[in-house]
Design a protein around this ligand. Structure first.
Ligand code: ATP
Ligand code: LTN
Length: 329
């Protein structure tokens, strides 16, 4: 059976962007793939974060994984920090990735720009090394992620090629990023030129947000000149973003969404429909989230997941160690 692997870092409250670009797609793999989904808690340390916040974000993320349809009987759900093989493989493969290529990563450039230039953590720079270890340890065939993570998976592909060529053996599996056709980059509702993100501002919608507030944000979303509901990223970025959200949640194409609104010439009416689709979806997720928190099952899910993940990761780690001349006992 082929393997699928992905993760989200518990850096903040999950947004509608995280859901559409990543989370919503994770359960699609659990029937036909061996599915591994984890919380990238070590990656969350690459920017300053309060211990209590990290702890709570982690619990909420696992609960949201379950609320969005991941079934622990079909998907191995675990914490990155519970499987020490991630850090061990990281220590090895850091020697096969170069500082030049790491410094060209868009995410590093964006995030480091916002920091005091004398306090850019090494972990932020080496972020894609650990991410490559995450992927390689599970022999992942596919890695479903949003657009912004594609570059990191591509760097992992370069590493796999470099390593396998160096040792003349297929030690590591070559992964392929899977980017959703629609919704791979949801933009902020107040500024459609920037990505909606957990560390963003008021233009972001959170999965656990009060539904009235969600509705208000959509009704006030920045729109463009004109009155047609047409997808045109250049000239109508706000409407295009709302159309993308609508199409993704309805599981239809952008063209189909445009057809539905071909006779609608009032942005207000269109926004009402978008708000309805979003709040319906979030309402379902929030109800399930509450049930999961009340059922107190998270610790058990994580314990079982870590055990399964470790079995798999340890094999790959040992194989890599022996290949390069370490004892790998
Ligand atoms: P941060 O603000 O802390 O960088 P983030 O919101 O960008 O966080 P990540 O943890 O980096 O979230 O991403 C989790 C997953 O969600 C990744 O697969 C990423 O590609 C996807 N994702 C994040 N933001 C969006 C977005 N605006 N649209 C679509 N997918 C997104
Ligand atoms: N960097 C990813 C989270 C992540 C990940 C991974 C995704 C960490 N390790 C391995 C896929 C595969 C992000 O979403 N920011």
């Amino acid at each position: 059976m082929k393997r699928s692997l992905s993760a989200i870092k518990p850096t903040g409250k999950l947004t509608l962007g995280n859901y559409i670009g990543a989370l919503k797609n994770f359960p699609k793999f659990q029937d036909e793939y061996e599915n591994f989904i984890f919380v990238a808690d070590l990656h969350a340390l690459t920017l300053p974060i309060e211990p209590q916040t990290l702890y709570e974000n982690t619990r909420d993320l696992v609960a949201l994984y379950l609320a969005c349809g991941l079934d622990p009987n079909k998907t191995t759900i675990f914490l990155q920090s519970d499987v020490s093989e991630h850090s061990e493989l990281n220590a090895i493969i850091q020697n096969y990735l170069y500082m030049g290529e790491l410094s060209r990563m868009t995410q590093f450039k964006d995030k480091s720009k916002k920091l005091n230039q004398n306090a850019i953590g090494l972990g932020l720079f080496a972020y894609p090394v650990l991410m490559a270890a995450d992927i390689i340890l599970y022999n992942a065939d596919v890695v479903p992620v949003g657009e912004d993570q594609k570059q990191h998976v591509e760097l992992c592909r370069d590493l796999v090629h470099r390593f396998n060529t160096r040792y003349n053996k297929e030690v590591f599996k070559m992964p392929t990023p899977i980017i959703p056709k629609t919704g791979a980059r949801i933009m902020s509702l107040t500024d459609p030129s920037v990505k909606m993100s957990k560390s963003g501002e008021k233009g972001d919608i959170y999965l656990l947000e009060d539904l009235k507030s969600v509705e208000k944000k959509i009704m006030r979303a920045t729109t463009d000149l004109g009155s047609d509901i047409k997808y045109d990223k250049e000239n109508k970025p706000g409407i295009s973003n709302l159309l993308t959200i609508y199409a993704s949640l309805k599981d239809i194409s952008i063209e189909e969404a445009e057809n539905i609104f071909s006779n609608c010439h009032r942005y207000g009416d269109f926004k009402k429909e978008v708000a309805k689709v979003v709040t319906d979806e979030l309402s379902k997720i929030q109800t399930k989230y509450k049930e999961i928190i009340d059922a107190n099952i998270i610790d058990k899910v994580l314990k079982d997941g870590a055990k399964k993940a470790k079995e798999c990761a340890n094999k790959v780690l040992k194989d890599a160690q022996r290949t390069i001349g370490l004892y790998g006992k």
